[in-house]
Write a protein that binds this ligand. Structure first.
Ligand SMILES: [Zn+2]
Ligand SMILES: [Zn+2]
Length: 152
């Protein structure tokens, strides 16, 4: 790829069953990576979808959330004018996509992460997961009095 003519490009599918990068677990990754030779280096354009391990914001259960992302990065040939943040083409020609995928999947994650749009969350009194059980605090009066107690 390095000695290809400027402007040439090709697409490669990158599918990975599971990757764990630092604190992030990604599974069922399906992506299409387009690499184009430019004057400065290699331009990588990625379309990817995967399931990202996170916790439901209501009931805190671990869930694999479907996330899609599209991004591009330029891997530059060595240049004295580069900035700290620039990606540099490694000499062995091996691009480690994992940290890049980690960064963009985190950016693409929705703020409202729910196991289900109808998730009932946790009981405010005893912490029971109300998707899995009911507890004695679920009458309206009980929840109201519990809320008053917490405010008092
Ligand atoms: Zn939930
Ligand atoms: Zn309860």
């Amino acid at each position: 790829m390095y000695n290809k003519a400027i402007g040439s490009s090709h697409e490669v599918p990158v599918d990975i069953d599971k990757i764990i990068v630092d604190d992030l677990t990604i599974q069922s990754l399906r992506s299409m990576v387009r690499l184009s030779r430019t004057r400065e280096g290699l331009l990588m354009q990625v379309k990817a979808e995967a399931e990202v391990l996170t916790a439901c914001v209501r009931c805190l259960k671990d869930i694999f959330l479907p996330v899609e992302t599209e991004f591009e990065e330029l891997y530059q040939f060595f240049s004295r004018h580069r900035e700290e943040t620039d990606l540099i083409l490694p000499n062995d020609g091996y691009l480690d996509l994992r940290p890049v995928y980690r960064e963009y999947f985190i950016l693409a994650m929705p703020i409202k992460r729910l196991c289900d749009s109808n998730c009932r969350g946790l009981c405010v009194v005893c912490g029971a997961n109300l998707n899995e059980m009911t507890c004695e605090h679920q009458s309206v009066e009980a929840v109201q009095s519990a809320t008053l107690e917490q405010e008092a």
